[in-house]
Design a protein around this ligand. Structure first.
Ligand code: FES
Length: 226
């Protein structure tokens, strides 16, 4: 398979963002770009990136296999990632994962037969203050439990796109891969969703209520050894 003219044009646009002689810095967005066309990074995708950047396939492959966001098998329209790392595990992340695994009849890094949903258990998704969390195409669903997670997946299977807790509305895995390659979400509503939530600013609000400042740490709050 050869890549589309649109992908070639987008690749040139990405590479042009970097200074002359530094094109290899474009590798990460280029990998997202080829993933946007093929729903994973294939051997052809590796070869494409290598050719565009003057790298070897081994160099590109080493990067593509290092980061978990580059997929080895085609991902469905929706990538459901359930955090089972410490904060989420303590609050039920494993139960959430097990419920979705049973619901879909697939395991980690597997896709439903209709090609609609890929499931993975994920390491920390950087939203511990909202644990337990899951993401769909990297959009967050905060403080889920097994029942609410099951309802989200049921909605996806019914052709709906349940609204994430934060951020813009859902799009397909191919579309979000293109955004990760550095191309803006063309939907006006894509940047209109709620941003930071209450748990993320709880410490700030507490400090404000107590009148604390960085120069005036409360008594006993000094770091040990200082
Ligand atoms: S442990 Fe789940 S988001 Fe950090």
């Amino acid at each position: 398979m050869t890549f589309s003219p649109e992908t070639h044009t987008a690749a040139a646009e990405i590479i042009a963002r970097y200074p002359a002689g530094r094109s290899r810095s474009a590798l990460l967005p280029l990998l997202h770009l080829v993933q946007a066309e093929q729903n994973c990074v294939t051997t052809e995708g590796v070869a494409f990136c290598a050719e565009q950047l003057g790298l070897t396939a081994a160099e590109v492959g080493a990067v593509a296999t290092f980061y978990t966001m580059y997929k080895r098998h085609p991902v469905g329209e929706y990538l459901v990632s359930v955090c089972t790392n410490l904060s989420c595990a303590l609050l039920g992340g494993d139960e959430v994962y097990d419920r979705i695994r049973e619901q879909l009849g697939i395991g980690h890094d597997e896709t439903t037969p209709d090609g609609q949903i890929t499931l993975e258990h994920a390491e920390c998704l950087a939203a511990c203050d909202y644990a337990p969390v899951l993401t769909v195409n990297y959009e967050f669903y905060d403080q889920v439990d097994a029942d609410s997670a099951q309802a989200i997946v049921e909605g996806l299977r019914a052709g709906q796109r349940p609204a994430p807790t934060r951020g813009g509305p859902l799009c397909s895995f191919a579309e979000v891969s293109r955004q990760l390659a550095g191309f803006a979400d063309p939907r006006p509503e894509g940047v209109a969703g709620p941003g930071v939530g209450q748990p993320s600013v709880a410490g700030l609000l507490l400090a404000e209520a107590a009148g604390w400042t960085a120069e005036q740490a409360p008594a006993g709050a000094e770091a040990k050894g200082s």
